[in-house]
Design a binder for this molecule. Structure first.
Ligand code: ZN
Length: 216
């Protein structure tokens, strides 16, 4: 075989190898992204995290301490009577999105509307629905997967930055009491409600603030 052709062939195999590597790494990246997007909600008891949140519509705070919002969905719920915080979200499984919690209360949050009690508040050019997580705006809305000690704000309106800053500052920091991460602020175990809710005898994983679900 002439030298020229042999070199061309070698180049071609190198190119093919490179192409293969690129395709493989692309596939890997795609799989990682895919896995990131479709994390299934874990079984009840697979996590026990707590998050603080507030919702404002046109500057008015929505009261989630009302009795009809008490312990609606085991996977993510409020204990509205708890003296350490009526409105801490108790998250009892891995990968629970904010939208699942809201849906159990008849609330819907999308990139376009916030709906509650049959009324939809939608983006109209003047008013906008926004979600903030830990002080930063999030575009995930109802798909946002809640994490332990999150501070979330949902706000709808023509709010200026000063008003939004005021609303952000108003989000309580009670979740840490229930997660056992701020013992100076409340009792080490401020989460007796969840022990009762888990009738069947969950065990507290010592020092973690997380329950181990009873074996089935
Ligand atoms: Zn809890």
């Amino acid at each position: 075989m002439p030298v020229g052709r042999r070199r061309k062939q070698a180049e071609r195999s190198a190119n093919l190898l490179m192409l293969g590597l690129l395709a493989a790494s692309g596939l890997l990246a795609a799989l990682i992204v895919l896995e990131d997007q479709v994390r299934p909600i874990g079984p009840l008891g697979s996590a026990h995290a707590h998050a603080d949140f507030k919702v404002y519509v046109n500057g008015q705070e929505i009261d989630f301490g009302r009795p009809e919002y008490d312990y609606v969905n085991p996977l993510a719920h409020l204990h509205t009577n708890n003296p350490n915080g009526c409105c801490v979200i108790h998250i009892e499984a891995e990968n629970v999105p904010l939208g699942l919690f809201f849906a159990s209360l008849g609330v819907r949050l999308t990139d376009n509307c916030f709906s509650i009690s049959g009324t939809a508040y939608c983006n109209d050019g003047r008013n906008t629905v926004r979600l903030y997580v830990n002080g930063r705006q999030s575009r995930e809305f109802g798909n946002y997967v809640m994490q332990d000690l999150d501070h979330m704000l949902v706000t709808y309106g023509a709010s200026d930055q000063a008003e939004i800053s005021r609303q952000l500052a108003s989000v309580a920091s009670d979740a840490c009491i229930f997660s056992g991460k701020c013992p100076g602020k409340g009792p080490a175990n401020g989460d007796l409600d969840d022990i009762v809710a888990f009738a069947g005898g969950p065990r507290m994983a010592r020092g973690t603030g997380f329950f181990i679900a009873p074996a089935k």
